[in-house]
Design a protein around this ligand. Structure first.
Ligand code: 3H9
Length: 695
């Protein structure tokens, strides 16, 4: 038999042919892989000595889907449908042998096979929705025919990877093979199929489960309602639902037409392009120039946290969750006890929701020890300081750490605002000092800004990035500057939001525009949630800002039942007449002539300076690449994934020339807050994209 092409090999074991694909890293369905399947199955089936064919993959996984890098390019060679038809219409049974993950187009190929065998560690799923797509190779029509429309709806709208054992229960997999012995297991299964003369089972012909759901539109209506909140703004979930609806209500071939039409709309649309950008950005963000697998890592077996407050507690939980012992240090026993009790309560609440067991609660709290003695940190491999933001206090702590901690330990600060070079300067080992900026609640939020200071060593950076992955974060490496990347960009939006309400908009106008844009909430709703008195002191208040006035009136946000908005007992917000009057009064006092401000202006005033700031960050070298900034804003601030992140949005959706022109127009009208970044001007002048400019 032999090689079909560079990525496909055909061999035989008695009367069973084995078609093996090998296209690293994930056997995606590139042109050669499609050709390998098409030609391989054709050749095997044409051999009268072959009674069944096993389709199996080498490397870490079964086919993980269509080759995403090929989208938008002209297809070559046999299409995926050609390859699938070849399998489904083969004259002998074809058995998919699954390890790793059968995802997207990969599972769709397996669904055209007549049988499926998997090892217990394998997983199957249709995750296209996460790329702003739907399964476009028959997945939406075949999946519900096996698992029923309800389970299919859940799978295609969440993209979940379903473990093999569950797949077996759902009928998606016909048999489990012994772990590590997939090839043998699949061949044995194939022999059984031949010996028992089992039929060529075509999923497209299995109509029982879809017919049973016909005439029950409530299945879909209820499902739509149940996911509405989570999928707000996204097109793909709804299109996926429409395809499953078609599978239920139309014959197979008609359903395929619906799938094709909706897939085409999505794959050529703005949202999917943005979501595909995010997919690659999430992988790119881990790559740090100058650091590779040979860079030395520092083994982290024990972690110290200074501060048992909300931040310190949340950070500790990350490590305990990953099985790493933690020592928390507080100055006094009372706040320490309070912090430890909060951690236990958080775990118990998670257990109540069924996400972890009570056993886990004990195990994890058991890994967290509290003490008031800094010296207990002597044997920690990493210490993270998480006390309040004050340079003197932090420097004092780092002086002590320098004395106490063992050589080679990483000394990290969770500061979100202070100069880490200044903190590092009080130690004799500035190369060991790094910023690990967690976002609140630290045990929940995925983002971690890893902040490299001037002298931070490569080993310390590499270890921090690895550790971030280990504790389930997505980490972006950034440089020292006020607010680092995330908050520095946020400050731009905040400044404009505050100006806009003096010029004529109301807080609820600004919030509505940003919410409709896709952010989880606008800046004023956010302030009310966080508490307007965060960082505010009565004795320092001079009534000079709207916030001062609101705090003095005890309108301190949701917790006091009023802030920028009024809140009812269910914390439902309504615009406040009192606040409206206060704002108008402020405008008058500042002699600002209020005017009508359009939604578009609100959006552009808030968002374009953020993009512009991103350019400044890049030109100053405070982020490695533009897509890292997108990752920060998506994972730390809820920027809508379907708009790709602020940098992607500016470049690929709005257009840099338009962003620059608006910044110039705003600069003329409102001053130098809108001064365009030199790099933005350069990109537009030279007609170059950020990636062409090396970002
Ligand atoms: C689809 O199938 C559409 C069809 O329905 C319809 C067609 C008509 N293509 O994640 P990793 C790269 S849509 C190209 O770090 P892991 C990835 O960029 C597709 N490249 O590994 C990375 O490259 P690099 C539906 C891909 O072990 C490298 O492989 N399928 C693809 O942590 C390793 O990836 C999906 O959405 C691809 N499809 O996780 C599955 N996938 O090394 C997407 C990966 O240069 N993939 N790469 O940075 C995944 O979820 C994970 O990659 C997987 C492995 C779980 C498979």
């Amino acid at each position: 038999m032999g090689n079909i092409n560079d990525v496909a090999d055909l061999s035989t074991e008695g009367e069973i042919a084995v078609l093996t694909l090998n296209s690293p890293p994930v056997n995606a369905l590139s042109a050669p892989v499609r050709e390998g399947i098409f030609e391989g199955i054709k050749k095997a089936a044409a051999d009268s000595a072959v009674k069944a064919i096993v389709l199996i993959c080498d490397g870490r996984t079964f086919i993980a889907g269509a080759d995403i890098t090929e989208f938008g390019k002209k297809p070559t060679g046999p299409s995926l449908f050609d390859a699938q038809d070849m399998i489904e219409n083969a004259s002998v049974p074809v058995i998919a042998a699954i390890h790793g993950t059968a995802l997207g187009g990969g599972l769709e190929v397996a669904l055209t096979c007549h049988y499926r065998v998997a090892v217990p560690s394998a997983k199957c799923g249709l995750p296209e929705v996460n790329l702003g797509l739907l399964p476009g190779a028959g997945g939406t029509q075949r999946l519900p025919r096996i698992v029923g429309p309800e389970k299919a709806l859940e799978m295609v709208t969440t993209g979940q990877h379903v473990p093999a054992k569950k797949c077996l229960e759902m009928g998606l997999v016909d048999e489990l093979a012994e772990e590590g012995k997939l090839r043998e297991g699949a061949i044995a299964f194939a022999k059984k199929v031949v010996a028992e003369n089992r039929p060529l089972k075509k999923v497209r012909e299995m109509n029982g489960k879809v017919e049973a759901a016909r005439g029950k539109p409530e299945i879909f209506e209820n499902f739509r309602k149940s996911i509405a909140r989570k999928t707000r703004g996204f097109l793909a979930p709804e299109y996926n639902i429409q395809c499953i609806e078609a599978a239920v209500n139309k014959p197979f071939d008609e359903g395929i037409k619906v799938e094709r039409e909706l897939f085409t709309k999505l794959v050529t649309g703005e949202q999917s392009a943005a979501q595909r950008h995010v997919f690659f950005a999430e992988r790119q963000v881990w790559k740090v120039p100058g650091i590779d697998k040979d860079t030395k890592r520092i083994p982290i077996e024990k972690v110290g946290i200074i501060g048992a407050g909300t931040m310190g507690g949340g950070i500790s939980m990350n490590f305990a969750n990953a099985g790493i012992p933690v020592t928390i240090v507080e100055r006094d026993q009372a706040p320490l006890d309070k912090g430890l009790a909060t951690i236990r309560k958080n775990y118990e609440n998670t257990a109540k929701k069924g996400r972890i067991s009570m056993d886990d609660v004990e195990k994890r709290t058991g890994l967290i020890q509290g003490t008031t003695d800094m010296k207990a940190l002597a044997d920690c491999d990493l210490v993270i300081e998480a006390v309040f933001e004050n340079m003197d206090v932090k420097q004092d702590i780092f002086r002590q750490l320098d004395e106490i901690c063992k050589p080679g330990a990483i000394l990290a600060t969770n500061t979100s605002a202070l100069d880490i070079d200044e903190i590092a300067s009080v130690t004799k080992r500035p190369e060991a000092v790094i910023g690990l900026h967690f976002f609140s609640p630290a045990n929940v939020m995925r983002l971690l800004e890893v902040v490299r200071a001037d002298k931070t060593s490569k080993e310390v950076i590499a270890t921090s990035m690895d550790l971030a992955k280990k504790i389930g974060k997505i980490a972006a490496l950034v440089g020292v500057c006020p607010g680092f990347v995330g908050n520095r960009i946020l400050a731009q939006r905040q400044r404009e939001a505050n100006k806009l309400i003096l010029e004529g908009a109301m807080p609820w106008d600004v919030d509505r525009v940003l919410y409709d844009f896709g952010l989880p909430m606008g800046p004023f709703a956010m302030s009310d949630l966080a508490g307007l008195d965060l960082g505010w002191r009565k004795e320092n208040s001079k009534g000079e800002t709207i916030r001062d006035v609101l705090c003095e009136m005890d309108r301190r946000g949701q917790k006091t039942g009023a802030g920028f908005y009024d809140y009812d007992e269910n914390r439902k917000a309504t615009p406040s007449k009192i606040v409206e009057d206060i704002i108008k009064d402020f405008s008058e006092k500042k002699q600002i002539q209020r005017r009508d401000i359009s939604d578009q202006e609100i959006l552009e005033r808030c968002v374009y300076p953020m993009i512009n700031e991103g350019f400044k960050i890049l030109e100053e070298g405070k982020a490695i690449r533009a897509s890292d900034i997108d990752i920060v804003w998506i994972n730390g601030y809820g920027w809508p994934v379907y708009r790709g992140g602020p940098m992607y949005y500016g470049e690929k959706i709005v257009g840099l020339d338009k962003v620059l022109a608006k910044m110039q127009e705003f600069q003329k009208a409102h001053g130098d807050d809108f001064e365009p970044a030199a790099l933005l001007e350069k990109a537009v002048k030279e007609g170059k994209s950020l990636s062409e400019l090396g970002y």
